[in-house]
Design a protein around this ligand. Structure first.
Ligand SMILES: NC(=O)c1ccc[n+]([C@@H]2O[C@H](COP(=O)([O-])OP(=O)(O)OC[C@H]3O[C@@H](n4cnc5c(N)ncnc54)[C@H](O)[C@@H]3O)[C@@H](O)[C@H]2O)c1
Length: 360
């Protein structure tokens, strides 16, 4: 069988995509594209990729089966749609786009082309998440009626003044950057309930003063910071479930904490990643605990799993390749990314208006 031929656009987090494809025995990365010529040459050499491009449209002339779109959020929609129109399946980084309107155009383009469009919700591919999903499907928790989830940092603003902190390019701050992951994971574990209503607040306390910077990127004092640095919200679902959500790039807390806590009629669970140093994945410790009541006693079950420092990023890419080979629907189709974008749009609207907002 011929190998799946992949192209990757964006050599930042895109390197995880390259590694994911290269670790799959039936896939190869034949091309890489980045606007930054120096980074492009360096990354091409590091991973042994010979076909290098600064214009993604030139790359699309190659005979590729798929493309990973790993560029700033503003470019997810145009590049993904361009790839789909050129007949390539796409794995797009999260968030799906800056808004649900842009995301809808991407989903429509995939449907029209009859091609696969998967979103890189890599947290679903973490060993803890897979284990929890197995328990959910086996009925361990009964009905999950409430969850708390979030991703909060003490000092973790990414690249102050870069695209990350520009509303025009990113679409928002930690809500669209970080919360998107844990909200998706939590809703997926809850069986993707139908969202109805949200009430949210956003704050911008440290960013405007250039405080709370994270360990990545070179700050650009000439750049802008016009997004939130913290967001909180409450979501209500048609089946009566509730989620409390929080996200911050900068806040006066002990340390970076990524979590999803589920409460069910039979059992509860806590999935956590706690960082020793904000933003540095190899200082993080992952835990998964399940809480039950057995013979009238409270029992805590600690699940021991092989750590995955890459947070499922490689295994998600490998799953995408498997889906292309087997002709199967991915675990995280773009339509799930669109559902999350509709919620995030409503949360920003609620924060701006100070009112609860219905989610359409
Ligand atoms: N899944 C995750 O864990 C995760 C982690 C980080 C970032 N991301 C997402 O990945 C995307 C990229 O983030 P990043 O951290 O790699 O950003 P980055 O700024 O580090 O890298 C983006 C790269 O894309 C290149 N680029 C920009 N526009 C381009 C274009 N039109 N054509 C070709 N190259 C272009 C830039 O030169 C840059 O090298 C974002 O959507 C972000 O939300 C996901």
């Amino acid at each position: 069988m011929a190998k799946i031929k992949a192209g990757v656009i964006g050599a930042g987090i895109g390197t995880y995509h390259i590694e994911g494809y290269q670790a799959h025995e039936d896939a190869e990365v034949v091309a890489l594209c980045d606007l930054n010529e120096e980074l492009l040459a360096e990354t091409g050499e590091e991973y042994g990729i010979e076909e290098l491009f600064t214009d993604y449209e030139d790359m699309l002339e190659l005979d590729l089966d798929c493309v990973s779109v790993c560029v700033p959020n503003k470019f997810h929609a145009p590049l993904t749609i361009g790839c789909l129109k050129a007949g390539k399946n796409v794995l797009c980084e999260k968030p799906l786009a800056r808004t649900a309107r842009e995301g809808q155009r991407m989903v429509d383009a995939a449907e029209k082309a009859g091609l696969t469009l998967m979103i890189q919700f890599n947290n679903r591919f973490r060993p803890e998440a897979k284990m929890l999903k197995g328990h959910v499907d086996a009925g361990t928790f009964g009905d999950i009626y409430f969850a708390r989830c979030g991703w909060i940092r003490r000092n973790g603003i990414p690249g102050w003044g870069s695209w990350f902190t520009s509303e025009e390019v990113a679409g928002g701050g930690p809500l669209i950057d970080l919360a998107v992951h844990m909200l998706d994971l939590t809703m997926w574990l809850m069986g993707n309930p139908e969202p109805e209503l949200c009430l949210a607040s956003t704050y911008s306390v440290f960013g405007p003063q250039m405080e709370g910077l994270g360990p990545w990127g070179t700050p650009d004092p000439k750049g802008t910071f016009d997004v939130e640095d913290m967001a909180v919200g409450m979501l209500k679902f048609a089946g009566g479930q509730t989620i409390l959500l929080e996200a911050s790039w900068a806040s006066r807390i002990k340390r970076e904490w990524v979590y999803s806590t589920l409460m069910g009629t039979e059992a509860g669970a806590s999935l956590e990643r706690v960082f020793a140093v904000d933003g540095i994945d190899d200082t993080a410790i992952d835990t998964l605990e399940i809480y039950t009541q057995e013979q009238d006693e409270a029992v805590d079950r600690v699940v021991k799993l092989e750590p995955d420092e890459a947070m499922g990023r490689h295994t998600a890419v490998q799953h995408f390749v498997d889906c292309l080979i087997e002709g199967e629907e991915p675990i995280s189709p773009a339509t799930d990314g669109l559902r999350i974008m509709k919620i995030l749009d409503a949360m920003y609207k609620s924060a701006d208006s100070g009112r609860a907002v219905k989610i359409k």
